[in-house]
Design a protein around this ligand. Structure first.
Ligand SMILES: CSC[C@H]1O[C@H](OP(=O)(O)O)[C@H](O)[C@@H]1O
Length: 343
């Protein structure tokens, strides 16, 4: 059920976004008919996940066009509104790539913009399905064809984070569909708990066996040999394979390297940014201090404490065993680099 849900849905006159801040205990949608509401929804992670915000940004061009018609905006004012959508979050390159792709059809009018946005969404689901197969094939061939696998993942990379099926969670779904998944260890993923709230919600709905664990448990789980591989998503992948992903990812990669456990990144090629040479050039979003100082509106840290809240970290390409894309698996740590292979 959850694998088929649509985090981003065009209604014909606007967007219906699953409100991911409300899950798992409440299902709600946010209806979007104007640019300010869309920018707010992206910034508050109502809609989140690199490919999902890419799809939302793609349709954001149509939202700006329709609002411009209602409010009598000039083309320049519509373009300025689209730029605010494009800049709503800085790290996930999918947002910029998808907005730019749809804007290439701006002068053809609303129908062309909607057709391009629909293509963005359709192609993302197709890419995720292909990634699922490539990733499952790679894992079963390299890690263990003789028994079901134990997989660790971080944050949420499922249908909620994409146009459908998922990236890393799409590989996990594929293993489960093939009867080759024993268990998933899902990091809760502080501070916004995308793992315990969203990944667990998707896994429960599909009967996929899993544990939710504290982020701090991940390295020990890996070093004790309790998982066969780790697989995560990505928000921006540089030409040398350095990968920006949810904060906490690099610790998992370091533990995998020490334990000799494969560390896989699953992402569509729309997440690869060949214009960024390496991870030092990736803008890491710093989010509000309160997200780490409180939970559910209740302050957990004492007054006087400051919050340090980078939303992502960068895993060096040398630690990426494999980059799973819709075009196959690049063994980045062995020198198969996105910049060489994906131009
Ligand atoms: C399928 S990409 C998901 C990617 O995006 C998440 O970030 P956020 O929840 O802040 O949008 C996280 O980095 C995931 O790996």
């Amino acid at each position: 059920m959850s694998q088929e849900l649509r985090a981003v849905e065009w209604t014909g006159t606007g967007l219906a976004l699953i409100d991911q801040t409300a899950l798992p205990h409440r299902t709600a949608t946010v209806d979007v008919h104007d640019v300010d509401t869309l920018v707010d929804a992206i910034r508050r992670l109502v809609v989140r996940g690199a490919p999902a915000i890419g799809a939302a940004g793609a349709y954001g061009v149509a939202i700006a066009l329709l609002q411009g018609e209602r409010e009598g905006w000039t083309d320049d004012e519509v373009r300025e509104a689209v730029a605010r959508v494009r800049e709503a979050r800085p790290t996930a390159v999918n947002l910029m790539v998808c907005v730019d792709r749809v804007m290439s059809r701006f002068d053809e009018g609303l129908d062309a913009v909607l057709a391009e946005a629909a293509a963005v969404q359709r192609e993302d689901v197709e890419a995720n399905r292909a990634m699922g197969a490539f990733g499952a094939d790679w894992l079963l061939e390299r890690v263990g064809a003789d028994r079901p696998l134990r997989i660790l993942t971080h944050c949420n990379t499922g249908a909620l984070a994409t146009a459908g099926w998922g990236t890393a969670l799409g590989v996990i779904r594929e293993l489960h569909a093939r009867g080759r998944l024993e268990v998933v260890y899902a990091d809760e993923t502080r501070p916004l708990l995308q793992g315990s709230r969203l990944t667990a919600w998707e896994l429960v709905h599909e009967g996929i066996p899993h544990f939710v664990q504290a982020d701090g448990a991940a390295a020990g789980t890996i070093l004790r040999g309790e998982v066969d591989a780790a697989i995560v998503g990505a928000d921006r992948i540089a030409a040398n394979g350095d990968t920006a992903n949810k904060v906490g990812t690099v610790g998992i990669a370091l533990a995998c390297a020490d334990a000799g456990v494969p560390f896989l990144v699953a992402a569509p090629t729309t997440t690869v940014d060949l214009a960024t040479p390496d991870g030092t050039a990736i803008h890491i979003e710093l989010r509000g201090e309160d997200e780490v100082l409180e939970w559910g509106g209740v302050r957990t840290a004492p007054a006087g404490s400051r919050g340090h809240n980078p939303a992502f970290d960068v895993t060096p390409g040398r630690l990426v065993t494999g980059l799973v894309t819709e075009r196959g698996v690049l063994e980045v740590s062995k020198g198969e680099l996105p910049g060489d292979r994906l131009r």
